[in-house]
Design a protein around this ligand. Structure first.
Ligand code: S3P
Length: 173
């Protein structure tokens, strides 16, 4: 399908890039976290607190399957952990072009340090958690994506232009 899917660590800018890209390309945008919150009628933090991470991961796979049945030509921002489950790789790739917004751990920490909406980064050592999760995930993000955009120290406008250029190059191939 011809969707554009944004993947990457929490705080890598998927939501903001998604919104700006949706204006730039005149495509509607979806966000898996928001779809799940709407469907469940509660926040991600509440889902984690009440039913745990495994339950949330099942919701993510269900959400992906639903998107595959219903969506074309959209921008889709995927939750940071969604690409990790093996089963989701093929689903993501079927859904469209996968773009990985790659950021360094320091960039992520600066962006999320005051945030309380991400259950995996709460607790007393968020920097350590970011580094640990990142070392587990980076290879998977790279393997799952068609395009990698480094986002550290870049304005969103530049990131959007790099994505548009990379998409045009792919279409020209
Ligand atoms: C998660 C990322 C979050 C959200 C949940 C778990 C993760 O999405 O799905 O808190 O495992 O990285 P964002 O990447 O949009 O913050």
């Amino acid at each position: 399908m011809d969707n554009i899917i944004l993947i990457g660590f929490m705080g890598s800018g998927k939501s903001t890039v998604g919104i700006k890209l949706s204006y730039r390309l005149r495509r509607a945008m979806e966000d898996t976290d928001k779809l799940i919150e709407k469907e469940e009628g509660r926040t991600i933090s509440e889902i984690f607190a009440t039913d745990g991470e495994a339950y949330f991961r099942n919701l993510e796979t269900e959400c992906l399957k639903k998107l595959l049945r219903t969506e074309t030509h959209k921008i889709i921002s995927a939750g940071g952990g969604l690409p990790i489950r093996e089963e989701n790789h093929a689903l993501l790739r079927k859904l469209g072009t996968v773009i990985y917004l790659r950021a360094k751990a320091e960039t992520i920490y600066e962006r999320v340090k005051h945030d309380t909406s991400r259950p995996l980064l709460q607790g007393d050592d968020p920097q350590g958690k970011i580094r640990r999760l990142m070392s587990e995930r980076t290879e998977i993000y790279e393997k799952t994506s068609d395009i990698i955009i480094d986002v550290d120290d870049k304005d969103f406008e530049i990131i959007i232009e790099e994505i548009v250029e990379a998409m045009e190059e792919r279409q020209g191939d």
